[in-house]
Design a protein. Sequence first.
Length: 136
Amino acid sequence: MSGHPTEIKLHQQSRMLEIAFDDGACYQLPYEFLRVYSPSAEVRGHGYGQGVLQLGKKNVGVLEVLPVGSYAMKIVFDDGHDSGLYTWEYLYNLGQNQAEMWQEYLEALAAAGGSREPGSAPEPMKAGCGSGGCSH
């Protein structure tokens, strides 16, 4: 990784954070992705294997982004979550590995019978979602 971001933009309508780095890399990170991969202890746990699977974050929004020194930022989400520091290195890693990490999250969600939908109970989803009208 080269270092620092040169530009950070919030796209509220598409719920994306766009971040460009000084090595030319540029990533668009969905708010939901940032929320479920928050670096906070509340999400990641305090040790290996102690992470908490995040449910119902599909429509999460970002209220603000606050700088933390010259090495990180704090994201304030509209679901009340605001702990965890997103270092430049961590954001770069999220951008580089977004596809694989998102797939891992979706697989863990399915295995747990959870849903991305807000207010969803962690119960097994039926194949095809039946008449519940669920949208993925």
